[in-house]
Design a protein around this ligand. Structure first.
Ligand code: FES
Ligand code: FES
Length: 161
């Protein structure tokens, strides 16, 4: 079947989608967007988190057919500079700078979830950060660097506004 969907601001028509496949599979395997990671495929780890109509969702739990006519934004879509530019969202920059990225498997989901948190709550407390990221599992960092990254991104976003 064909799925018509807006991905990272671009209207797309994706052909040959199987009714049972996930949004995550469609993004990674049919649309050339490997940023969202496939770690558990069961909604347990958060590494596949994308925005779906502006709300974070596990792309592995969403059937591709369910996104017909909807809006998806992936971790790739957070870097909104001109084509060829290396501009990153402050959340992406902060993760890279603080050492919050080790193997990187959890990183895209954590970045989308952190981005959403800071949009909703520009000055989150540590408890609020931990709560917001509770569904995103990381087996490398011990989470402290991730907290550092979210604090830094929130500070920079606040300073920029
Ligand atoms: S791959 Fe989707 S939650 Fe783990
Ligand atoms: S950096 Fe490896 S799982 Fe988080």
């Amino acid at each position: 079947m064909r799925v018509n969907v807006t991905v990272n601001g671009s209207a797309e028509a994706v052909d040959d989608v199987w009714e049972g496949e996930s949004l995550l599979y469609m993004l990674r395997e049919r649309m050339g967007l490997p940023g969202s990671k496939n770690a558990c495929e069961q909604g347990e780890c958060g590494s596949c988190t994308v925005y779906l109509d502006g709300v974070p969702a596990c792309a592995c739990l969403v059937a591709a057919g369910q996104v017909e006519g909807r809006d998806v934004r992936t971790v790739e879509g957070l870097a909104e500079g001109p084509p060829g530019d290396e501009w990153l969202d402050p959340v992406q920059e902060a993760f890279a700078e603080t050492g919050a990225v080790q193997c990187g498997f959890c990183t895209p989901g954590l970045i989308v979830q952190s981005h959403d948190l800071i949009e909703r709550n520009p000055a989150p407390t540590d408890a609020e950060i931990r709560e917001a990221l509770a569904g995103n599992l990381c087996r490398c960092t011990g989470y402290e660097k991730i907290l550092d990254a979210v604090r830094l991104a929130a500070e920079r976003k606040a300073a920029a506004t």
